[in-house]
Ligand binder design. Structure first.
Ligand code: ARG
Length: 430
């Protein structure tokens, strides 16, 4: 291995080097396309302050494009020959372009290089997250429409409370996913600042075209202060993970509901074969493993959040500790996306057992309807409440369908406002 920072006298011990590089090369493989894109913008940006001629910049851009293609096709693999993705880029440029390649690092440091690659990655994955959230919200909305008035017990404390509907259950998750998409978008805007050109954290004695480079990379603004750029490593990661947490908390709750409703005792839903697995010993089993792993996904993000926050106990400026935030971050984001991608499949694949849900509704759960009926005819609610509580066996004639259709308050079973939710969704994911 050769090192960008090696001087004529440098000797590097293999064990030490392996420890320093850690899993970095593995994770940089994921960041390399973004690092290359930023390197292209950086190379072009070196023309204005006179560090590269037009021809040199063009040669560099062409070589970087080639590298991007070779990486995408698998012909170039980032491996232990390199210390990290940043070193690989400079080595490849130097190998291909000789003297010209050695000019790429003027005005930048690996410290801002890794920041900009991560920032581009964050933007890209938040966009993907918004798309996935849109797909999940659509799937929930579709089921809410299909099952708009399908009666289902409503629970508080896992005890039956009032008659409700499957439509209300599905619409709850649709609205959650829409809120999550809004959050992901606003976080995308929050992270949308360009750290490139801040170098090691103190700027450089070159009038870099920072604005031009940021614009070429599509950033909304500069991350102005070079020291803040370094200090924000991990801070931005935590902001993105907090979006992932919000998403997976909802996924976890939905997965919990499904696994309870899928028990023999409830029997409200069944899962398609494709979403269940068998047991190696019990021939009778059909286990909801997919749903259970969806429920577990949040744990990984919470773990990564704790790990990154623990690393961030640092004074100002770059420290190699910061490298340790990369693995948990990328791992957690990729897992969030792959978990979320399965949610529409689960939502579409659920079969509801309307008969079971209807039969499960206990007579006593009409008590609130009855108390409100009395209140509407003039009795103070507290008196109606007490009267009904004393005669729970005399609630009169009620059906789940009528109870559902009578729940007219905005958002409730009779008025789920699905059009309103659909309109909000299309304003975010057109
Ligand atoms: N692999 C390093 C990281 O992820 C890149 C930056 C290295 N900078 C340095 N000064 N050693 O943080």
């Amino acid at each position: 291995m050769t090192f960008l920072w090696a001087k004529s006298t440098t000797q590097v011990d293999d064990t030490v080097q392996r420890f320093l590089a850690g899993e970095d090369v593995h994770w940089d493989q994921m960041l390399l396309p973004f690092d290359i894109r930023a390197s292209i913008a950086h190379a072009r940006g070196l023309v204005k302050p006179g560090l590269l001629t037009d021809a040199q910049a063009s040669a560099m851009v062409a070589a970087l494009d080639e590298l991007a293609q070779a990486h995408a096709s698998g012909a170039f693999v980032l491996d232990a020959r390199f210390e990290d993705g940043h070193s690989a880029i400079e080595s490849v440029l130097t190998e291909r372009l000789g003297e010209i390649g050695k000019r790429v690092h003027a005005g930048r440091s690996r410290n801002d290089q890794v920041l900009v690659a991560l920032r581009l990655y964050m933007r890209d994955r938040l966009d993907k997250l918004v798309n996935h959230l849109g797909a999940s919200a659509s799937a929930f909305l579709l089921r809410a429409r299909e099952e708009e008035f399908t009666p289902m017990p409503g629970y508080t404390h896992l005890q039956q409370a009032v008659p409700s509907s499957a439509g209300l259950w599905f619409a709850a998750f649709a609205e959650a996913m829409i809120d999550n998409a809004v959050l992901a978008q606003s976080t995308r805007a929050w992270v949308d600042s360009c750290p490139l050109g801040t170098a090691a954290g103190y700027g450089v004695p070159i009038a870099l075209d920072r604005e031009g480079v940021a614009a070429e990379l599509g950033f909304a603004r500069l991350q102005v202060n070079p020291m803040y750029a370094q200090n924000s490593r991990g801070k931005h990661e935590l902001a993105v993970l907090s979006v992932c947490t919000q998403v997976l908390l909802d996924v976890r709750r939905f997965a919990w509901d499904v696994s309870i409703f899928n028990t023999a005792e409830f029997g409200f839903v069944t899962l398609p074969d494709a979403l269940t697995t068998g047991s190696s010993i019990m021939p009778n089993k059909r286990n909801p493993d997919v749903v259970e792993l969806l429920r577990a996904a949040c744990g990984r993000v919470l773990g990564a959040t704790t790990e990154i926050a623990s690393v961030l106990s640092l004074p100002s400026g770059y420290h190699r500790d910061l490298q340790a935030t990369k693995g948990p971050f990328l791992h957690a984001v990729e897992h969030t996306l792959s978990a979320l991608a399965l949610v529409p499949t689960v939502v579409k694949g659920l079969t509801l057992r309307a008969d079971r849900m209807r039969q499960a509704i206990q007579q006593e759960t009409y008590a609130t309807d009855r108390a409100i009926e009395l209140a509407r005819s003039g009795l103070p609610f507290r008196e109606a409440y007490r009267q009904v509580a004393e005669q729970l066996d005399q609630l009169g004639e009620h059906t789940p369908e009528a109870s559902v259709k009578a729940r007219v308050s905005a958002g409730a079973c009779a008025d789920l406002r699905l059009d309103e939710l659909t309109a909000r969704l299309s304003s975010i994911c057109p």
